[in-house]
Design a protein around this ligand. Structure first.
Ligand code: CTP
Length: 410
């Protein structure tokens, strides 16, 4: 009974696969979930509300305007009561409405009034599914955090062959189970009261109004550390170089472009923080001169020289200011001699531990969702991780920070 005590709102829209909602209800009920069904009017052309009423043991809602006195607030109360909304089958029409903010029936209104996870299991004709307008709506919804169980391929009810068939009921139920059990595990707020400064992403060193020097960092590792720390109760300031990543909810973001800007902000913020996590790939040098106008190549310039000057080493400078009550975590991306260089950086930059990785290894480094890292601690401990998702490594880093704090008695 994995879903005991969970409330699922099942939205059924008008498609030939509507009858499969019966099997979904029966499987969810076996897992202990309580189910309320909302049907669109066209769904009632395929299955009657009485079928769902008998299967769920709850009343089935079709039209929000049928008896205003009772239904008026129903979409709000159902949205609040539910732990998850599943729409199966989900038509192009329903998803199109949600993607564009249209709430004109009970189902679309309930979805709009809910802040709980929503899962769509689309089912429709292949051509319709592949229609760029539909695809655009699906992408919009995905970006906004809506979940999907993609349809499968095969021969459709209309005779066409291709993608568009409602996914297997087992797979849909598995997705619901996964989200509901994941969300029920509230992370422990063990970082409450601590302020983190996480630096992330690359820096850009300006050459002229159209050019800069930079590196391949995307910011993924730092953004995951920031997200994990906020979820565990910390106050997090994310000092980020240019990145296209979504800013984790609850994080205070400060955007910078150059290493010098990052240095200035880090210096300014340093007194108010307890923990520094420096994932940013800071450029060690910057052009000595920034051209005010675009540099032209000129007729005879086969070779040009760009003079670079050293940027401040932010971690090293903050290391000099570090008091006994702070924890500093550095990162190092190397292509060779990872441990040897790592040990040197740990000492030079006055760190509690360093997270080093070999960017030439498979599944590690820039722009990957995974990483394989080596932890090098001040006390001499050295451990290598498996290749893990960056979000898992982020949790490991936070665990190690907490251990360092305990060891220091802070
Ligand atoms: N770092 C920094 N400021 C810099 C350069 C690096 O704060 N100007 C920080 C990075 O954010 C990272 C750590 O120092 O946490 C190590 O960065 P890395 O580039 O690997 O080390 P460097 O000291 O620059 O050494 P090298 O380039 O010689 O490998």
């Amino acid at each position: 009974m994995k879903l005991k005590g969970k409330n699922v709102v099942l939205g059924v829209t008008g498609g030939i696969a509507a009858y499969k909602a019966c099997e979904i209800i029966s499987q969810l009920k076996k897992l202990g979930a309580s189910i309320d069904v909302i049907m669109t009017r066209s769904a009632t052309e395929f299955v009657t509300p009485y079928t769902f009423q008998s299967l769920t043991g709850n009343s089935v809602i079709v039209n929000m305007f049928e008896s205003p006195k009772y239904w008026d607030m129903e979409h709000i109360s159902l949205a609040q009561k539910s732990d998850l909304i599943l729409v199966a089958p989900a038509t192009a029409n329903l998803m199109g409405k949600v993607a564009n903010g249209i709430a004109d029936d009970m189902l679309s209104t309930t979805i709009m009034a809910s802040d709980k996870p929503v899962v769509f299991a689309p089912a429709m004709n292949t051509k319709m599914y592949e229609n760029p307008v539909v695809q655009k709506n699906l992408k919009t919804l995905e970006k906004l955090g809506y979940h999907f169980v993609d349809p499968k391929g095969g021969i459709l009810a209309c005779g066409d062959e291709g993608k568009g068939k409602l996914q297997d009921v087992e797979i849909i139920v598995e997705k619901v189970k996964e989200i509901l059990t994941r969300n029920s595990e509230e992370p422990e707020k063990d970082l409450e009261g601590l302020t983190f400064l996480v630096t992330a992403g690359p820096t850009r060193e300006i050459i002229d109004p159209v050019r800069f020097l930079s590196n391949h960092s995307t910011g993924k590792m730092g953004y995951e550390v920031a997200r994990a720390a906020v979820n565990r109760g910390a106050k997090v300031i994310l000092l980020s170089g240019p990145s296209t990543l979504e800013v984790p909810f609850g994080v205070e973001l400060i955007r910078v472009e150059t290493a010098v800007e990052m240095y200035d902000e880090a210096m300014r913020l340093y007194d108010e923080i307890d923990v520094l996590v420096k994932t940013a790939a800071v450029s060690d040098y910057r052009p000595k001169e920034i051209a005010k106008e675009k540099m032209k190549k000129g007729e005879r310039n086969e070779e040009i020289e760009l003079t670079l000057i050293r940027n401040p080493d932010i971690l090293l400078e903050l290391g000099k200011r570090k008091g006994a009550n702070k924890i500093h975590v550095g990162f190092a991306a190397e292509t060779h001699n990872v441990l040897e260089y790592g040990k040197d950086k740990l000492k030079r930059k006055n760190l509690d531990f360093l997270v080093a990785n070999d960017v030439t290894e498979e599944g590690a480094g820039f722009a990957h969702d995974t990483n394989r890292v080596h932890y090098i601690h001040k006390n001499g401990e050295m451990t290598s991780s498996e290749t893990l998702k960056k979000e898992v490594i982020a949790q490991e880093i936070l665990d190690r920070i907490m251990i360092e704090r305990k060891t220091k008695g802070i």
